[in-house]
Write a protein that binds this ligand. Structure first.
Ligand code: ATP
Ligand code: MG
Length: 137
């Protein structure tokens, strides 16, 4: 079974829509294999988003990701990575299709409610960043 990593970002946690977002994953046939609520440190956020270090928005992205707690989840199922990206919608919520998580719960390209791994290879790296194998079932 394929696995992918989801992060419910600080804006969505602050709005108390964690349960609604997790329900969307389960309703789409994705299983929650592990989940936890954590506060990222600046070092955590910089390391997690290191691929974007040279982008002009990197500082804002890191500031936003440490602005409050996040909920990190391992999702498991057939085509889990692609399924999660489809449920999330476009990076910019203004461009996200109706019915997607970002269209329904996100305000802006910075505060865009969720992160999802963008490849199966990155999913494995991102899952290992947050979870020990013994915490995934
Ligand atoms: P994520 O990696 O968070 O799942 P994504 O894969 O849809 O989102 P990326 O291109 O990986 O989008 O960008 C990572 C994050 O950086 C985005 O979720 C968004 O919050 C922020 N970001 C991306 N592009 C911009 C931009 N042009 N201006 C401001 N923030 C941006
Ligand atoms: Mg991305």
């Amino acid at each position: 079974m394929e696995q992918t990593l989801s992060i419910i970002k600080p804006d969505a946690v602050a709005k108390s829509v964690v349960g609604k977002i997790l329900s969307r994953f389960e309703d789409a046939g994705l299983r929650i294999a592990a989940t936890k609520k954590i506060q990222l440190s600046r070092a955590d956020a910089e390391a997690f988003y290191a691929v974007h270090a040279e982008r002009p928005f990197f500082g804002e992205l890191v500031d936003f990701m440490i602005s409050g707690p996040v909920v990190v989840t391992v999702l498991e199922g057939e085509d889990a990575m692609t399924k999660n990206r489809d449920l999330m919608g476009a990076t910019n919520p203004k461009e996200a299709q109706a019915g997607t998580i970002r269209a329904d719960f996100a305000e802006s390209i910075d505060a865009n409610a969720v992160h999802g791994s963008d490849s199966v290879e990155n999913a494995a790296i991102e899952i290992a960043f947050f979870f020990a194998q013994k915490d995934i079932s």
